[in-house]
Design a protein around this ligand. Structure first.
Ligand code: MN
Length: 163
């Protein structure tokens, strides 16, 4: 290709990249930098099993040699899952914000960045954001005993309960 044309196209590409990405020098996603995110926010969850707005990035897909599915979920303030259970359990790693986790019959727990929760197999529970702050979690979900079983929505009374 003609050198001049190449240079012109390169300049256009750099300009476009710079306009869309204030952190062009580091290559970091500006949304991630601003919010301190580890993983991208991902796609809006539209499966009908959540209340409010939540986002999912799938990080690892389970397969026949490693049955764990790993995903990063971002709950906007007030957003939460429905009650549900995982036949092979789940590990939740809190990576940002303030969230809630509750197992059926137990008090609601408040989760902060750095907290880890081991959710036993087949125990109904829910997780989500606090009313005023988003919550970001990595969920590691065993899939060897079957898919997540979704149950009823978390009522406002349950969400607001102090225990
Ligand atoms: Mn769960």
């Amino acid at each position: 290709m003609n050198k001049l044309i190449s240079l012109a196209l390169f300049s256009v590409a750099i300009t476009t990249f710079s306009c869309n990405n204030p952190d062009a020098q580091t290559g970091a996603d500006p949304d991630n930098v601003r919010e301190g995110l580890i993983f991208p926010k991902g796609e809006k969850i539209e499966n009908g099993h959540f209340h409010g707005t939540a986002w999912l990035t799938s990080l690892v897909v389970s397969d026949s040699t490693n049955f764990n599915a790993v995903g990063s979920v971002t709950f906007e303030p007030g957003a939460r899952t429905n009650w549900h259970l995982h036949p092979a359990g789940q590990i939740i790693l809190a990576t940002g914000g303030v969230g809630y986790y509750q197992e059926k019959g137990s008090p609601k727990r408040i989760l902060h960045k750095g907290d880890a929760v081991k959710c036993p197999p087949n125990i109904p529970h829910w997780h989500g954001a606090s009313p005023d702050q988003q919550f970001i979690q990595i969920a590691i979900t065993g899939r060897e005993n079957g898919p997540t079983e979704w149950l009823q929505p978390v009522t406002d009374e349950e969400y607001d309960a102090s225990k």
